[in-house]
Design a protein around this ligand. Structure first.
Ligand code: PBE
Length: 309
């Protein structure tokens, strides 16, 4: 019983009330119950305290990590911190909290398999710190069109839906090796793949390097398009890097391409820095999104309602 109450946050709500009473903040008079209260007490559950004022982050180089730090500042979430971690560790922490119905806030994004696996929601962001819907664009190095016109054309044609990418991600999250998951998706979607490769000549073992970051989205998309290029005869290397290094590698021509540019907001700063040295082949996916994500069972809807220290 006690654990159940505690889990629901009723205990901390209760102690806040007792504290208020002790300070003379609540006279017990019903008429005072509707009066506006201080920001820090306006959610019944003190999630901040329960979560140690900590947002479970991912790699600090990720756009969503930086945006979350901006949110802490913009919403004046005093005492809150975004904890650096990895995408994999974030997902594990989310799964563990979810199984115990404990509160957790993660730096989240869509498409992502976590929405298929758990009931989750984005916290409202009335200040628009996380931006609107985004596209994921394909960027190639200067000169690729001349050097490898076949790969250029396939990369230019590559376009799929969030649901397609989610299918690949879900298979990987269920334990499939990324290449196998990507191959399975290709086998199940031959028509779409045929559209990307339609009329493109085969090549004979030309080497091409795709760079990406080990985020679930990019593991799925990069492995998939890498296999399509392999089928066309390319010798494909896929290299995981840090976000900023990925952008730099394509801008300097050290790598040939990436399918992981989140625009306009998430990678807006990196795009600004490198846009003149890259060839933007446009969106390979539309309807992506980033933000703070919590389990549906949490009694909070907006970043504004997070209680501060
Ligand atoms: N993500 C996944 C990346 C882009 C792709 C949302 C974690 C980021 O925040 O930079």
């Amino acid at each position: 019983m006690f654990t159940n109450l505690k889990r629901l946050g009723i205990i901390s709500g209760l102690s806040a009330t007792l504290l208020l009473a002790a300070c003379g903040g609540d006279t017990g008079d019903d008429a005072t119950d509707n009066e506006p209260v201080d920001d820090t007490t306006d959610t019944e559950v003190n999630y901040g305290e329960q979560m140690n004022y900590s947002i479970t982050g991912i790699e600090p180089g990720a756009g969503v990590f930086k945006a979350s730090e901006n949110a802490v500042e913009e919403y004046e979430l005093e005492g809150w911190e975004v904890q650096a971690s990895s995408s994999g560790a974030m997902a594990t922490a989310l799964g563990e909290a979810y199984d115990k119905e404990e509160p957790i806030i993660v730096t989240g994004w869509s498409p992502h398999w976590k929405f298929a696996q758990y009931d989750l929601k984005y916290l409202d962001d009335p200040k628009g710190v996380f931006g609107e819907a985004e596209t994921i664009n394909t960027m190639v190095r200067d000169g690729l069109e001349d050097d490898m016109p076949e790969a250029y054309e396939v990369l230019d044609n590559f376009y799929w839906s969030p649901e397609d990418l989610e299918e690949v991600m879900l298979k990987i999250s269920e334990g499939a090796n990324p290449r196998d998951a990507a191959q399975e998706w290709i086998d199940e979607n031959e028509d779409m793949v045929a559209e990307w490769t339609d009329g493109v000549d085969e090549v004979d073992g030309d080497e091409i390097e795709l760079v990406y970051v080990e985020w679930d989205t990019e593991v799925g998309s990069t492995n998939m398009i890498g296999l399509v290029l392999e089928e066309l005869g390319y010798n494909v290397t896929v290299t995981p890097l840090d976000n900023a290094v990925m952008w730099e590698a394509v801008a300097t021509g050290e790598a040939d391409a990436m399918v992981a540019a989140w625009l306009p907001g998430t990678h807006g700063d990196l795009h600004e820095e490198y846009k003149d040295e890259l060839v933007d082949l446009g969106p390979n996916l539309e309807g992506a999104k980033i933000g703070l994500v919590v389990p549906d069972y949490m009694d909070i809807d907006s970043i504004e309602d997070l209680d501060t220290k």
